[in-house]
Write a protein of this length. Structure first.
Length: 247
């Protein structure tokens, strides 16, 4: 979990020196802890970004462009990773890409989200590590790969969404999760108790919380979905809801 004292030091350094300061990439759990104390750091105008709109791992920037009189970009580089010869490639998944990067001795905190489409990936990383990855990431499993910097991330980061209509007694978060992932209500509640559920980027421990259209839930070990739209009620008074499942 992030050291709040470290975050406070970065915020104070930015405020006192008139410069921008940045954290490394923070995980969803770390960001949830940060949000609990966000107000205490608001004097340094924190802003979060992970390389694209739907990134879950994010860097916090401290510094107000209006007050400082200038602006700087987040120190994030997007890398395209793809097989040298696609027809001879292994089937590669998120774990394969992450494992190959970690085997280079890279710390997880300098890596952001990894988006995989087919056997290609978009990797967000701290800009200072980008050239090292380009030079040294040459193989994933038995597949030779090439790595390059890219500004065109839309294709690889665009989520694949599966629409699903579910029938509910209510829009309680635990009931929705149970229906989306075909698990029991007790199993759903246990996810909240274990701290595995995130609602709009923040840890959610209130399993009875009613969801609103547009809410996004991430359940560690199961996946991520948007509670998209309430379509009305059935003749028996059940709620028809549309969810959009990320895959």
């Amino acid at each position: 979990m992030p050291d709040f004292q470290r975050l406070k030091e970065l915020a104070e350094r930015s405020y006192n020196s008139g410069t921008f300061t940045f954290t490394d990439f923070l995980s969803a759990a770390e960001l949830s802890d940060y949000f609990e104390k966000e107000r205490d750091l608001s004097f340094a105008a924190p802003k979060l970004f992970g390389g694209c709109e739907i990134a879950e791992r994010k860097i916090i920037r401290f510094g107000n462009p209006a007050e400082l009189g200038y602006d700087v970009e987040f120190p994030i580089t997007a890398l395209s990773v793809e097989p040298v010869a696609a027809k001879f490639s292994d089937d590669l998944n998120h774990r394969d890409f992450l494992g190959a990067l970690m085997n280079l001795g890279i710390k997880r905190e300098v890596l952001g989200d990894i988006f995989v489409k087919g056997n290609r990936a978009c990797v967000f990383c701290r800009e200072e590590i980008a050239d090292y990855i380009i030079e040294n990431l040459t193989r994933i499993k038995h597949t030779s790969v090439k790595v390059s910097k890219t500004n065109d991330t839309k294709e690889l980061t665009a989520p694949t969404l599966e629409d699903k209509v579910i029938l509910l007694s209510s829009a309680r978060a635990d009931a929705v999760i149970a229906k989306v992932y075909n698990i029991s209500r007790n199993d759903s509640v246990s996810k909240f108790q274990a701290g595995l559920v995130y609602l709009n980027g923040r840890e959610c421990t209130e399993n009875a919380k009613d969801l609103k259209p547009g809410d996004i839930l991430s359940v560690r070990g199961l996946g991520k979905f948007e509670y998209s739209e309430e379509l009305g009620t059935s003749k028996k008074g059940k709620l028809n809801s549309l969810v959009r499942i990320y895959s």
